[in-house]
Design a protein around this ligand. Structure first.
Ligand code: HEC
Ligand code: HEC
Ligand code: HEC
Ligand code: HEC
Length: 432
């Protein structure tokens, strides 16, 4: 039998048949079309999911408890609404759209998921004290109804997602920030100006350490200190990542010394800076292709204590300017190599990993798996951190969050908060 759900927009639930899943647009078309037969045809055609649990539930047999929310009647949904109005609205907002920080939207969330989570608060598998108190005295029947009610509502609009502005990805951000460096360090970090070091061919860790040393004054250079004054640590990481991924080339600047003499003198340097000027240690810079004028300045800086490094100071102290120039000429003419840097996934790319379970753009098509689209951004962040720390327990989500950095959590949360939420309606269509 076919039943309209009052107050639930266009959604339609048909009872006692294996479920099929449709999105809201298809439902609109279907419900404007008359007749169960046409509905069934379209339902079958448009089906995007039919879990084995559903398939097995067949005919009018009792259903798996985890999917019972899909079988409640309009009258039961109305009871769920009364309960929600009395006990949940003050936190979760009117129509399940939360206006409170840290409290998730419930509108349009997947029904079986809501039911599972309510039970999780009752058994203290989820420990939020407000929710433990809110769920404590509800009968299992009441849980079903209130879950089905919230699932039947129109989902939130992402425009209401406050603070959900996606930050650019690290590489993009690094590129943008590095545009201010190109005038001196060259487009893409390959220097064309004598005295300006190449920034390519270096491990990002070294570049970050160098920037910090200017900022902290351990490397005395007023100009670089001023230029980097406003950079935060994530900002430095982004810039270093950007330069680490640029194609290194020899600095296109003069290198007037004697390369052959430099090669001989470089025997003392190879142990740390590599045979061909390519360092294998992130704390030690590569020297291949480096601008010769800067190279000499750097050695002088160690000598006169404006740069701190005991080994380099010892080596530079006994060195005359001619040897420095020869070494500089030798290294400037070696071919630089890209450091070992893995290009990170963009937020969009890593979200595809999540979409495998959470549905396209976070619109879950599985009644047991939550939607993420248009959820409150700070709630998503909190929850992802809770999975990561093991405070909220779920083996799949623990695995998915272990490797995430803070900024990946922020970016993924912002990404999902901004997606358009689509209501799905779980329609029970007769199997042929
Ligand atoms: C005092 C405020 C408060 C009240 C009242 C309240 N909630 Fe909540 N609810 C919260 C907070 C805060 C969270 C997030 C807790 C967490 O991170 O575990 C939450 C989370 C939830 C979740 C989990 C959502 C998800 O996406 O995982 C569900 C389901 C839920 N509430 C349903 C209800 C229902 C149904 C009622 C009424 C019976 C209710 N809540 C009453 C504050 C409240
Ligand atoms: C006005 C020219 C100028 C600009 C603009 C500039 N730099 Fe520099 N940079 C220099 C000079 C000169 C040095 C060498 C300073 C020294 O002797 O220690 C240097 C050194 C560096 C070093 C150390 C390299 C090494 O091999 O040790 C890093 C890293 C660096 N700059 C990063 C940046 C970044 C990032 C920006 C943009 C946000 C930037 N610089 C903008 C001129 C500039
Ligand atoms: C024991 C290891 C070691 C040896 C040997 C060594 N270096 Fe270094 N070198 C370093 C480290 C570490 C740094 C980075 C120090 C810092 O953070 O300022 C460095 C920095 C430099 C720099 C600055 C590069 C830049 O991009 O800022 C130059 C130039 C340099 N070394 C040249 C030489 C030369 C020439 C020799 C041989 C005469 C030599 N080094 C031998 C470890 C070594
Ligand atoms: C293998 C399937 C799977 C993958 C992949 C997956 N998730 Fe989940 N996710 C789940 C399940 C199942 C739950 C419900 C777990 C629970 O009950 O706590 C969940 C819950 C969540 C929640 C809590 C939602 C709420 O309303 O409280 C968030 C946020 C989340 N996932 C984000 C992500 C992100 C971001 C990724 C990608 C980095 C991801 N998930 C990848 C299966 C998955």
């Amino acid at each position: 039998m076919l039943r309209r759900v009052p107050g639930a927009g266009e959604s339609t639930i048909i009872r006692n048949f294996p479920m099929r899943l449709l999105d809201m647009n298809s439902i609109k078309r279907i419900t404007h079309n008359s007749g169960l037969f046409s509905l069934c045809l379209r339902a079958t055609f448009l089906a995007v999911l039919s879990t084995s649990a559903m398939a097995q539930s067949g005919g009018a047999k009792p259903v798996d408890d985890s999917l019972r929310t899909l079988y409640v009647s309009p009258a039961e949904i109305a009871e769920g609404k009364s309960l929600a109005d009395a006990q949940c609205t003050r936190c979760h907002g009117n129509d399940g759209i939360s206006v409170s920080k840290g409290i998730p939207h419930l509108a349009g969330q997947r029904p079986a998921y809501l039911h599972i989570e309510m039970k999780a608060y009752q058994t203290a598998a989820r420990t939020d004290k407000h929710m433990v108190a809110a769920a404590k005295f509800l009968s299992s029947d009441a849980l079903l109804k209130v879950a089905a009610y919230y699932a039947s509502l129109d989902p939130p609009n992402p425009a209401s997602a406050k603070g959900g502005s996606a930050r650019p990805d690290p590489l993009q951000a690094g590129k943008a920030a590095a545009s201010g460096c190109a005038g001196c360090h060259g487009e893409g970090g390959n220097s064309k100006t004598g005295g300006m070091p190449n920034l390519t061919g270096q491990d990002p860790k070294f570049l970050v350490a160098a920037m910090k040393a200017y900022k902290g004054g351990q490397r005395k250079h007023e100009m670089m200190k001023t230029l980097l004054a406003d950079l935060t640590e994530p900002g430095m990481n982004n810039i270093a990542l950007y330069y680490g991924l640029q194609k290194p080339g020899k600095a296109q600047t003069p290198s007037p010394g004697d390369q052959a003499a430099g090669k001989t003198a470089a025997a003392d340097c190879a142990g740390c800076h590599g045979d061909q000027g390519i360092s294998g240690n992130p704390a030690t810079p590569s020297l291949a292709g480096q601008d010769a004028e800067y190279f000499v300045e750097a050695l002088k800086a160690y000598k006169n204590n404006s740069r701190n490094d005991d080994t380099m100071k010892t080596l530079a102290s006994g060195m005359d300017e001619k040897t420095m120039k020869n070494l500089a000429a030798y290294y400037a003419n070696l071919q630089p190599q890209p450091p070992k840097v893995k290009k990170p996934l963009t937020t969009k790319e890593s979200a595809q990993n999540c979409d495998r379970c959470h549905g396209l753009n976070g619109n879950s098509t599985d009644p047991l798996v939550p939607s993420l689209a248009a959820q409150r951004v700070e709630y998503l962040e909190t929850v992802l951190r809770a999975y990561q720390k093991g405070e909220r327990k779920n083996s799949k989500m623990a695995a998915m969050t272990t490797g995430l950095t803070d900024s990946e959590i922020e970016n993924l949360s912002a990404h999902y908060a901004q997606q358009k939420a689509r209501a799905v309606v779980f329609v029970a269509a007769p199997s042929k």
